[in-house]
Write a protein that binds this ligand. Structure first.
Ligand code: 13P
Length: 349
């Protein structure tokens, strides 16, 4: 199937009442792991690349790999998404390369570190929306600021410092016309999210539910949603790693989110942990090996296992064949004629 817009994937997910995992990639093996999991579970997929990933892999290598994935998997809808675009220029370059979706993270200034004002966020996000929709490309915006740092992008901190205000979320959705809205509910990027099993004091599911009540048709996005499973931490530490004890976002909380409007769930860290554990195991158990395939193959398989499990838990499994691709040109027409309006439905308080 040609690459499809993320908007189509999320609209379908809303109809079916499920969520779609958005998995980060930097290289061929990660893309293959995601596609193998999608094939195994018959899932539509969102593949996403951060600025760091685009720089690491070089834009064209990464994009051609995604095109290969689409060609090799004609029955699977795939959206290619820019994760955490820091500026209009970053989003523009992704769109010009052929990405079918971009995130304009205007919650931070272009340095990717300093929190921006609400007005700055609205202005840059609106600019990206105008450019992207004219070309049929989906836009995700962010209101509130996540914790942690990923690939050099992030304000740091605990994730509780700039939680999303539901009234601001409504105003932001109305003024920007984004297709999907990332919100801050206490999660952070990376492995060190929580120092104890998260409960209501650190993971603010009540804020998510309040936003969904006000914006019942808006596709919500949960960032920093790795569950950081203990078994993956243990494998790393068993084979010489030194991870400190940590907790991620429990899958049941994500499922509660999915019942309350969450349609896109970002997962990167769990896959990084799975890959690292598998490689460490080969190095520790068979130190005489030196062919990269001897450790990249188990690494790829370990990631496939995590991705397939998340696809099943998020509910996207079994939905790959539900619909035909709408071309990006037709998406552009839809934005123009209003059939893909992004004017949000706003419910009274
Ligand atoms: P994790 O670090 O929890 O996997 O989050 C990834 C993410 O949100 C990418 O934008």
């Amino acid at each position: 199937m040609p690459l499809v817009s993320m908007r189509q994937l999320l609209d379908e997910a809303a109809k079916g009442g499920y969520g779609v995992g958005a998995f980060n990639v930097n290289d061929m093996e990660q893309i293959q792991a995601i596609m193998a999991a999608a094939k195994e579970t018959k899932s539509p997929v969102i593949v996403q690349a951060s600025r760091g990933a685009r720089a690491f892999a070089e834009d064209l290598y990464l994009f051609k790999l995604i095109q290969a994935a689409a060609e090799l998997n004609p029955d699977i809808p795939i959206a290619m998404h820019q994760d955490h675009g820091n500026s209009f220029e970053t989003c523009k370059s992704a769109i010009e390369l052929g990405y079918t979706s971009v995130m304009m993270d205007g919650s931070l200034k272009a340095d990717g570190k300093t929190p921006a004002t609400f007005e700055e966020n609205v202005e840059v996000t609106r600019k990206v929306v105008d450019f992207a929709h004219e070309r049929g490309v989906t836009v995700e915006g962010e209101i509130g600021v996540l914790g942690g740092v990923e690939d050099g992008h992030g304000a740091g901190g605990s994730g509780l410092e700039h939680l999303t205000d539901p009234d601001q979320a409504v105003e932001f959705a109305e003024r920007t016309g984004v297709d999907a809205l990332a919100i801050a509910i206490g999660t952070s990027h990376g492995a060190y999210k929580f120092t104890k099993k998260p409960d209501g004091s650190v993971l603010k599911m009540d804020i998510l539910i309040a936003i969904h009540k006000r914006l019942p048709k808006t596709h919500l996005v949960m960032h920093g949603s790795s569950s950081v499973p203990k078994d993956l931490q243990d494998i790393i530490n068993q084979y010489g790693g030194k991870l400190k004890e940590t907790w991620g976002v429990p899958v049941e909380e994500i499922q509660l989110g999915i019942r309350n409007g969450v349609r896109k769930i970002n997962v990167d860290t769990d896959n990084r942990l799975a890959i690292t554990g598998a490689i460490r195991k080969v190095f520790a158990e068979t130190p005489e090996k030196f062919d990269p395939r001897d450790y990249m193959k188990p690494a790829r398989e370990a990631m496939q296992k995590v991705v397939a499990q998340r696809m099943t838990q998020f509910g996207q499994a079994g939905h790959a064949g539900d619909y035909k691709a709408i071309s990006i040109a037709d998406m552009a027409k839809g934005y123009k004629d209003g059939s893909l309006s992004t004017k949000p439905l706003v419910a009274a308080k």
